[in-house]
Design a protein around this ligand. Structure first.
Ligand code: 5GP
Length: 202
């Protein structure tokens, strides 16, 4: 595999989706891993762009068939990463960008080790997260509380990540995230050393 993997995690409302979409527009050879989920589509989202939306039964049958690289239950819904498109993007030499939670990060890390670079993105504090979720207006009060509680438990696992970004200034955070993405492409793991040395000496 010639590509690389960049995993981004963080609470819903941390701004990670907007950051990733800016990065996808500005960088070459980057591929966004579209997850599959059983959660309801939000206003403004579209099938095949934000997620592939399927039923709980279909998801469970895909698990049984081994179609996922990783999957997890988050806020009572299933979310998973399909294996096939990722392998193709990696073989095409792309940097694959994942928006997955802490459980998915752990599984991917166990499978791919150093081939992964990971970033945890969060807000400066809980108050700001609540305000952003309220302002977004896509979730009920009950779902917002669930997301905030989940955020607290995710934050306890920040040390499992390579980098942490506190998103208090969008442009600055985007600059930092882009720098991480660029340097992830220069990791030693991203080249086949034997192939490189034999072509280097010839
Ligand atoms: P949301 O419902 O806000 O789109 O996403 C909820 C959470 O699910 C986020 O933390 C997001 O990173 C995570 N998530 C989205 N797709 C996947 C996936 O394919 N696998 C895992 N493990 N988590 C995911």
């Amino acid at each position: 595999m010639r590509g690389g993997m960049l995993i981004i995690s963080g609470p819903s409302g941390s701004g990670k989706s907007s950051l990733m979409s800016e990065m996808l527009n500005s960088m070459d050879d980057i591929y966004f891993s579209i997850s599959t989920t059983t959660r309801e589509k939000r206003d403004g989202e579209s099938e095949g762009k934000d997620y592939n939306y399927i039923s709980k039964e279909e998801f469970e049958s895909d698990i049984a068939e081994g179609l996922f690289l990783e999957w997890a239950k988050v806020h009572d819904n299933y979310y998973g990463t399909s294996l096939k498109p990722i392998l193709k993007a990696l073989n095409d030499g792309k940097l694959v960008l994942f928006d997955i939670d802490v459980q998915g990060h752990k599984i991917a890390r166990e499978k791919f080790g150093d081939a992964i670079t990971s970033v945890f993105i969060t807000t400066p504090n809980q108050k700001e997260l609540r305000e952003r979720l309220l302002k977004r207006g896509t979730d009920s009060a009950e779902v917002i509380e669930k997301r905030i509680n989940n955020a607290v438990s995710e934050m306890t696992r920040i040390r499992e990540y390579d980098y942490v970004l506190i998103n208090d200034d969008f442009e600055k955070t985007l600059e930092n995230l882009t720098s991480i993405a660029i340097s992830s492409r220069c990791r030693v793991h991203s080249i086949n050393t034997e192939e490189f040395i034999s072509s280097w000496v010839s």
